[in-house]
Design a binder for this molecule. Structure first.
Ligand code: GLC
Length: 715
């Protein structure tokens, strides 16, 4: 009897098991990503596939629910004005995972540009630190805050090299130099993504705007760019390549036309280079409306043509507009697009979602915010970063403040205001900043009267800290300026204060390089503060009182006049170098790329070059740096080269390496750079990298216009 019973139970168990559906491969975390992708792809309907290629602007979670459940939305672009709570974000995710047919999770993207709730200096300001390690730390902090809010991918870093100060978005990149954008772009990708994309405090990167966006005609956002393949490969592509090599999971295609082929429908950049040459396996997301805007560019006559042009060129997901989801089924039927192209785009999207861990762990732990948002450590890091980014451009000895000043007046638009977060303000709570007045009042020693605002203009304060600049709404996207001098009569205010007899410390809160020549005769010290973020006032007080010795260096050239723009250090030689001028002014910059002062001085000596460079060997360049002043300080040691004779003209100077060192007063350090063939290679006439034998000028110094010179040979 027992045997019969056992057999019956066994049989029932086998029948039950065989009747239960096997777990689909794509839901099995033990399987390899590509296997899971293929299994899922094979189960998807065409509409579900097109849904994964459609990113919706998230306005109201309730209104968005339907598109999630029917699979017509695969991801969301979140904006500050409608940032979902973590609960709302999880509710949308739950609808996707538990109520849609295949349970494909969403991803949420957000502009984490220089912080999320704790804001750091704007990217151009962060570049002024010349400290990729610091920028990486800031990216780690930003990702922890963003991820704890349920954001999965940061629409960042922006690595569009820009040399036009009129362009509002120069504030978002890491300056005019290729190497700087490469190094800081990499730092951001590594900071956001960490070593484990599934880590609940990391975020994926979406490096942008691919490509050439910073070369907009006239510095006017969205205008066309006239770029040769050489210009793309020498100047605009390398920073993206670096970020792809750093592991960026996605790329955002740009708005601009590239010499007749818009960036969001450009098979050369999006497929030949990005996929074919670089082997990028992540996905390309269009910028806002950029697919639809192909109709404005005139290469598409309607939504269907725009969708086919973008998708077939290599744009996998359409942001905000709905040409993909609404026209591709018909275009497929009309054989204007191939299902293989659609499937490959879907593969890329699914692969990233698997890699981010969204299939296996799709929800955000709502308790993370308590331990991650606006922590003291992140505020301290923001304060440190802001201090490292400030650039001292003039100082006749008034700084650092001695602490014995009877009175200090804090004057100007930024004395008491919190317009310190730049144009992209993340998810910052505007009241969360520290004003200049607060920072100085907190730092000033007892007995120093800190006078606020306009009172200081009427009196004759011993020191006037005059806080001027441009507001966060005067730069950033679609905020270009035809005149990059100080607005609103601020220069005249500085002159009047100086003529009343005070010592004037001008502090500039700027998004872009500004033309500051007119204030130079009236300032005893000049500090470039950028838009320094949450800890603005404290960081500035640290610098003014010498608690932080300024070590920032300009990542962009500061011109004398708007008329000089575009102006940058690494331009190609002229056939008449002595004729580089205007009839009405000097053509030289007011302050060159790489320039910045300190409260101490540094001397360079003993520049030596050991060995030659060839395909198998590298040279060693050494220089001794000595702190010849009385204060400890940091110095950015910069290494530049010039290829004296080449088959293609080369820049007068090109930054090939830099390092930031700290020296006590009187201390010296031998700084050594290895110079490899790759750093000396040029793109030959065939646009292929080549090391051409010959002599190179080499300079080591503290800016692009100073330093010791030697010669280096490539064999
Ligand atoms: C904007 C910007 C882009 C941003 C995106 C989403 O238009 O060009 O940088 O990431 O839309 O906000």
């Amino acid at each position: 009897m027992k045997k019969v019973l056992a057999t019956l139970i066994f049989t029932a168990a086998v029948l039950t098991l065989s009747a239960a559906p096997a777990t689909p491969k794509y839901k099995d975390p033990a399987r390899k990503t590509d296997e899971r992708v293929e299994d899922l792809l094979g189960r998807m309907t065409l509409q579900e596939k097109l849904g994964q290629l459609s990113q919706t602007l998230l306005a109201s979670p309730a209104d968005a629910m339907a598109g999630v459940k029917d699979g017509s939305t695969g991801s969301f672009c979140c904006v500050k004005s409608h940032l979902p709570s973590v609960a709302d974000r999880n509710a949308l995710q739950r609808a996707a995972v538990e109520q849609s047919r295949l349970g494909i999770p969403l991803y949420f993207g957000f502009d984490v540009i220089h912080g999320f709730k704790t804001l750091f200096p704007t990217p151009l300001g962060m570049a002024a630190s010349w400290d990729p390690g610091l920028v990486k730390q800031a990216a780690v902090a930003a990702a922890a805050e963003g991820a704890s809010w349920g954001m999965d991918i940061a629409f960042s870093p922006m690595v569009d090299v820009s040399r036009d100060a009129r362009w509002g978005r120069i504030s978002e990149c890491f300056g005019e130099d290729v190497l700087m954008n490469r190094r800081f772009g990499r730092a951001c990708v590594e900071g956001y993504q960490g070593t484990d994309l599934k880590n609940k405090l990391s975020m994926g990167s979406c490096v942008k705007h691919f490509v050439g966006y910073g070369a907009a005609l006239g510095g006017r956002d969205y205008q066309f760019t006239e770029l040769s393949e050489r210009a793309l490969r020498e100047t605009y592509l390398p920073s993206f390549h670096e970020c792809i090599e750093a592991g960026a999971v996605s790329v955002m295609s740009a708005f601009n036309d590239i010499s007749g082929s818009p960036a969001s429908a450009n098979p050369f950049t999006l497929t030949k280079v990005l996929r074919g040459e670089w082997g990028f396996r992540g996905f390309v997301l269009s910028d806002w409306d950029a697919v639809y805007e192909l109709e404005m560019h005139g290469i598409a006559g309607d939504d269907a043509q725009a969708a086919v042009a973008a998708l077939s060129a290599g744009v996998d997901i359409e942001m905000k507009t709905k040409t993909y989801i609404s026209t591709l089924e018909k275009s497929l039927a009309e054989k204007k697009i191939d299902i293989k192209t659609i499937d490959e785009a879907v593969r890329r999207v699914l692969r990233v979602k698997f890699d981010l861990g969204l299939f296996d762990d799709p929800y955000t732990d709502e308790s993370l915010q308590k331990t991650q948002i606006k922590t003291d450590e992140k505020k301290a890091l923001s304060r440190k970063a802001a201090g490292e980014c400030m650039v001292l451009l003039k100082n006749n000895g008034v700084l650092p403040l001695k602490g014995k000043e009877r009175n200090i007046a804090v004057i100007g638009n930024w004395a008491n205001c919190l317009d310190i977060f730049g144009w992209w303000t993340g998810a910052v709570d505007e009241r969360d900043g520290v004003t200049v007045m607060q920072g100085i009042a907190a730092a000033a020693p007892k007995g120093t009267q800190v006078i606020n605002g306009s009172m200081g203009r009427m009196m004759k304060p011993e020191v006037a800290v005059v806080c001027v600049g441009e507001s966060g709404s005067m730069f950033g996207e679609d905020h270009n300026r035809s005149d990059i001098t100080l607005p609103w009569g601020q220069a005249e205010m500085i002159r009047q204060i100086k003529e009343r007899g005070s010592k004037v410390v001008a502090v500039v809160f700027n998004g872009r390089p500004l033309a500051l020549e007119e204030i130079m005769p009236y300032v005893d010290a000049l500090v470039i503060a950028w838009h320094p973020g949450s800890e603005s006032g404290n960081a500035l007080a640290d610098v003014l009182y010498g608690k932080v010795n300024p070590s920032g260096k300009l990542p962009v050239t500061f011109p004398r006049s708007t008329g000089q723009v575009p102006l940058f250090y690494c331009d190609r030689p002229s056939g008449r170098p002595d004729k580089d001028t205007y009839i009405d002014m000097d053509a030289k910059p007011l302050f060159p790329f790489g320039f910045g002062l300190s409260y101490t001085t540094f001397d360079y000596s003993d520049l030596t070059v050991a060995g030659n460079v060839d395909a198998k060997s590298e040279a060693t360049v050494s220089v001794t740096v000595t702190n010849t002043g009385k204060a400890a300080g940091k110095e950015v040691v910069q290494l530049y080269i010039h290829d004296k004779v080449a088959s293609v003209t080369q820049p007068d100077k090109k930054l090939i390496d830099f390092t930031k060192i700290e020296l006590a007063p009187g201390a010296s350090q031998v700084v050594t750079f290895k110079v490899t063939a790759r750093q000396l290679e040029i793109l030959g006439r065939d646009l292929k990298p080549v090391l051409e034998p010959g002599e190179f000028d080499v300079w080591a110094g503290g800016s692009s216009e100073s330093g010791l010179h030697a010669l280096l040979t490539a064999k």
